[in-house]
Write a protein that binds this ligand. Structure first.
Ligand SMILES: [Zn+2]
Ligand SMILES: [Zn+2]
Length: 291
């Protein structure tokens, strides 16, 4: 996960009573860097701090399991200062370039690449608009579900359009964004890197809201929707209004869905329909590449 302001993130984490340990290594590494650079802790004292934190918050903490992880985090902390970025500005000329693409998926993809390039520029003044995140992460942040064929084809289309370039070395998969223009007028400030693809959709006027619990962007599927999937579980008294009944166009079964749902198939038919589409797509792709 990319956190723009790591100092704020850790300070919030330290005041919360329920710590998310889904990525314990990332959490510990951030904490180590926080104690090191903000509170001036290092060496054995830093290790002690991390151990104390785990003792207090990690369920069934067993020191033996964590010794090497804690030591590595403490060792590396000094080398990596905390990122304290309050937001990345996208400028008017950059937005114009993306708006000219007229392909919603490519727009989201290149917007994500732009945000990543600017983030890496912030962290490293010599970065020069390069992005070295793995493809899978780029697509996840762009909120695009796809297969590996299409991943490459989309990157290729962006290159053809003159928007990105690839590194010359064969073993280097980095992408350089060619239309960064920090001189142009600041227009859109991105402060959350969890759902960059949705940030673009929101900018384009689509119905997205920020979750009242955790702030993540989610599609607004009902008039009173306030929470994301994860936070809704923590608010048992809240249910979104507006449930409608839909008749599946394939099997004729009736099923309930949220008011804004655009589904026309039940879950079962949706899966087989998707598989069928995938098959057709693969066939088309093979015909194109074998001739
Ligand atoms: Zn949430
Ligand atoms: Zn069905």
């Amino acid at each position: 996960m990319i956190i723009l302001n790591e100092k704020n993130y850790i300070e919030l984490l330290l005041t919360s009573d329920q710590i998310d340990f889904s990525k314990p290594y990332q959490t510990l590494s951030l904490l180590a860097r926080y104690y090191c650079h903000i509170r001036g802790c290092n060496g054995d004292k830093l290790i002690e701090q991390l151990q104390d934190f785990m003792k207090q918050h990690y369920p069934r903490y067993n020191p033996v399991d964590w010794t090497s992880c804690i030591e590595t985090c403490a060792e590396r902390a000094l080398k990596y200062p905390l990122c304290q970025c309050d937001g990345v500005w996208i400028t008017s000329s950059e937005l114009d370039v993306i708006n000219q693409i007229k392909d919603k998926v490519l727009e989201r993809l290149v917007f994500t690449l732009l945000c990543l390039a600017k983030y890496h520029n912030f962290r490293n003044k010599n970065n020069q608009n390069w992005v070295n995140n793995p493809d899978s992460e780029i697509y996840r942040l762009a909120c695009i579900t796809t297969n590996s064929y299409e991943k490459d084809i989309r990157f290729h289309k962006l290159k053809e359009a003159g928007l990105i370039d690839f590194a010359n070395k064969i073993d280097n998969l980095s992408i350089k964004v060619l239309f960064v223009n920090d001189e142009s007028e600041k227009r859109l400030c991105i402060t959350d890197y969890r759902k960059l693809g949705y940030e673009w959709r929101l900018y384009k006027g689509e119905d997205y809201i920020r979750c009242s619990g955790c702030g993540i962007l989610v599609r607004k599927t009902s008039v009173n929707k306030k929470y994301c999937k994860d936070c809704v579980k923590k608010n048992p008294y809240y249910t979104p209004v507006g449930i409608k009944s839909i008749t599946c166009i394939d099997c004729g079964k009736h099923f309930n869905a949220e008011a804004a749902s655009r589904d026309c198939r039940c879950d079962l038919c949706k899966t087989s329909h998707r598989k069928e589409l995938q098959k057709l797509k693969m066939r088309r792709y093979r015909n194109k590449t074998t001739v």
